[in-house]
Design a protein around this ligand. Sequence first.
Ligand code: SF4
Length: 146
Amino acid sequence: MINKGKIHGLVSFAIFELTIVLSVYTIALKSLLFAAIYFIGCVVAAAVILFLFCAKCTTKNNCSHIYPGNLAQLFPDKLNERYRKTDYFGTGVSLTFVFIVPQFWLWSYKVLFIVFWVLSIIAILQINGFVCAKCENTKCAMCKKK
Ligand code: SF4
């Protein structure tokens, strides 16, 4: 069923994907090779996050972002495992790669740089205010329901 949390989850996920498209486009304006490397890096980063974090999420069957939860079910079931420091580290490094690497190129195009961060801030506020606030994954260190 689509509730308010799922609408924000879906919209924030779409915005997040849009920032990646914007990043690939911006890098491609300078170098097609680096754009391709960054895109492949994003695919690898997504797989790492799904494997380390989403595969252990207790709400992956009812994921507010919908698609990560569905994709996480393709990975070995790790529902009974707790999150380890290496899971947080790998997830953090993957997110840092996706967000920080394109800044070097975005900075050369100030309008695109501003659009990237406005979109990112909207998605982060949605996730923090409406997705994480209702998430039941009490294994997560950031869970607000503990
Ligand atoms: S709710 Fe769970 S499955 Fe969905 S994105 Fe968050 S951690 Fe991944």
